[in-house]
Ligand binder design. Structure first.
Ligand code: FAD
Ligand code: NAG
Ligand code: NAG
Ligand code: NAG
Ligand code: NAG
Ligand code: NAG
Ligand code: NAG
Length: 505
């Protein structure tokens, strides 16, 4: 036998031994979890329930990762037991049972809320919404989706700062910031949290609010999965009846005029904080280039005059606006646009609402589309969202978050590219092309002194330094909170997915 063959054989044997050792220890991990929280809450491959978890991610690529088991707790004490069990099993410097935490499973970064050859804690069964007696606080289980929260609140004439589509998870949305229809008045979703119930690395079920653990409270407003597993969000409610909402669709060729209107709307010095807007410039394989605006105005009046530059000045293809309720609008958008389990990717930037810059960004986007139009069933959208001054001021007004935004430079625009398609063979091309587009957008914004470093966690690509974009002071706060609430760095070391606060061990 040649030297090469011997080496090869040895390597193969060693590899197989280490693979089977790894899978044995993983089986051991899943078995330990079954023993501690009950076999019925641990889902193994090739079962209907395991497949249900895997195929209900928004991004198919995320569901394709195969954890050794999904663990589905039904209470905070289950989560506490899981944390204690995993903490014990992972006492070695190299973790034997790495894990991921899933809320609604809507983030598009692969491995952010699922893990290949690890354990995924799927919070989906902790999904109740309970209104307190004076109806000022909705206590929401961390596996809930916004649609179920709204169906409890809307009949009461109430709302919270949640996602604009029913399927989005409460947990990822809120711990990453949260842009609702109502941000111009109240700020980010995290700004109206009154308390987080959270399971820490040592398994304790703790609370973080303005009085108890205030540093952790602030850190959780943007700090994502770095500190523990949130089990309940106590959200401040506000009154909301029927209001104006819905979308209007236009020809793709109207995009430049709509961008002008968008920039003027966003820069308005007297921004009416009852208003919300999204402008999406879209290419779909079936329809070609189109443009859509999604409106909200929290009064029960049709076509409020402040949208006149969108509603009557520009011819539309289709208008689906109405006066209705939050459940209706969240279901409409959810039903119309967003099936689960297709290939998805997303990337983001933040810029000033400078019209010439936005027009150039549009042209960059337009020249990018043909580069990826070979992807099957492509839908490629560039969405612009206003962050008016009142939106940016709301954070500090409600005790502060760690997002690092301020209104000192005037209003901002969050840009998000989302790409949906069905051909796995297009993954690399799409990832590369979208990153290249955003490299150009960032460069263009810098050249024209119209950039802002902030990268919105909930739309970010894995290559983007989200936590760093919060600024040095906030990074310091996050590191300090991690050091005091997770002294061994359990959530950094054993939970690889997500935007990490990197803290030296
Ligand atoms: C169709 C669609 C519409 C959207 N619309 C909006 C919108 O209107 N406004 C907006 O701001 N964003 C929107 N987003 C983005 C959305 O906010 C993010 O995808 C968000 O992360 C989803 O939360 P999730 O719980 O579903 O995510 P998941 O993918 O489950 O989790 C995201 C991250 O949060 C962490 N996490 C989950 N649960 C917990 C927990 N209990 N404790 C600690 N960490 C946890 C995960 O580990 C992961 O790192 C939209 C996304 C999609 C796909
Ligand atoms: C699941 O089933 C498939 C096909 O039936 C099989 O190839 C695979 O090994 C099974 N996986 C496990 C973990 O049992
Ligand atoms: C909560 O989850 C359970 C189990 O998945 C489901 O049957 C129930 O309908 C959900 N409840 C709400 C309010 O979404
Ligand atoms: C919300 O609006 C829809 C559509 O008009 C209606 O069917 C539904 O009953 C409304 N829900 C509530 C709670 O008012
Ligand atoms: C509509 O656009 C014009 C021209 O840009 C602007 O002067 C006007 O203020 C806009 N109207 C509203 C209601 O925003
Ligand atoms: C956008 O690209 C399409 C072809 O992909 C082209 O027909 C159209 O003219 C472009 N629009 C602009 C404004 O450049
Ligand atoms: C768990 O950790 C927190 C934060 O470090 C600490 O306050 C608490 O006392 C610890 N609880 C136990 C039971 O050790």
């Amino acid at each position: 036998m040649s030297q090469f063959a011997v080496t090869f054989l040895l390597a193969t044997v060693l590899l197989q031994t280490s693979i089977s050792a790894a899978s044995q220890s993983m089986e051991h991990c899943c078995a330990a979890l079954s023993a501690s929280i009950g076999l019925n809450k641990v889902l193994f491959p090739n079962t209907t329930l395991y497949d249900e978890s895997a195929t209900s991610y928004f991004a198919q690529q995320e569901g394709e990762l195969s954890p050794y088991c999904y663990v589905k707790p039904t209470s905070s004490s289950d989560v506490s037991i899981i944390a204690k069990t995993l903490f014990q099993l992972n006492s070695d410097p190299i973790p034997v049972c790495p894990f991921a935490v899933r809320g609604g499973g809507h983030h598009t970064v692969i491995g952010i809320a699922n893990i290949h050859d690890g354990i995924t804690i799927d919070l989906g069964n902790i999904n109740q919404t309970i209104l307190n007696s004076d109806k000022t606080i909705a206590s929401v289980g961390s596996g809930a989706r916004w649609g179920s929260v709204y169906s409890t609140l809307v009949p009461e004439g109430l709302a919270v700062l949640g996602g604009r589509e029913s399927g989005i998870g409460v947990a990822g949305f809120t711990t990453g910031g949260g842009i609702s229809y109502f941000g111009a008045r109240y700020g980010f979703g995290c700004d109206l949290v009154s308390n987080f119930e959270i399971v820490l690395a040592n398994g304790s079920i703790s609370n973080a609010n303005a009085r108890d653990n205030p540093d952790l409270f602030t850190a959780l407003k943007g700090g994502s999965n770095n500190f523990g597993i949130v089990t309940r969000f106590d959200l401040k409610t506000f009154e909301l009846g029927q209001y104006f909402g819905g979308s209007i669709y236009y020809l793709g060729s109207e995009s430049p005029q709509l961008i002008d209107a968008f920039a003027a709307f966003t820069s308005n010095l007297n921004f009416d904080d009852r208003a919300g807007l999204l402008l999406s410039i879209i290419y779909t394989a079936s329809e070609g280039f189109i443009t859509a605006c999604t409106f909200s105005y929290t009064e029960a009046i049709e076509n409020p005059p402040l949208f006149v530059n969108f509603t009557s000045a520009i011819p539309s293809l289709l208008s689906e606006t109405s006066v209705s309720n939050l459940s209706y609008f969240a279901d409409e958008l959810g039903g119309a646009n967003t099936p689960d389990n297709l290939r998805q990717t997303s990337i983001t930037a933040t810029v000033k609402p400078v019209v010439s810059l936005l027009q150039q960004i549009y042209l960059l986007w337009n020249t990018t589309v043909p580069l990826i139009s070979s992807a099957e069933n492509l839908i490629c959208s560039l969405t612009l969202q206003p962050l008016p001054v009142s939106f940016l001021n709301a954070g500090p007004l409600h005790g502060g978050n760690v997002l690092g935004l301020s209104s000192s430079g005037g209003p901002l625009v969050v840009l998000t590219l989302t790409v949906q398609y069905t051909s796995k063979s297009s993954d690399e091309l799409i990832a590369w092309t979208t990153r290249e587009l955003f490299r150009k957008i960032d460069a263009l914004a810098k050249e024209t002194a119209s950039s802002n470093p902030w990268k919105y966690l909930n739309y970010a690509d894995v290559t983007q330094d989200v936590i760093g974009s919060y600024g040095a002071t906030n990074v310091q706060k996050l590191k300090a909170a991690s050091a005091s609430f997770d002294p061994t760095g359990f959530f950094q070391r054993v939970q690889p997915g997500g935007f990490k606060v990197r803290r030296p061990n």
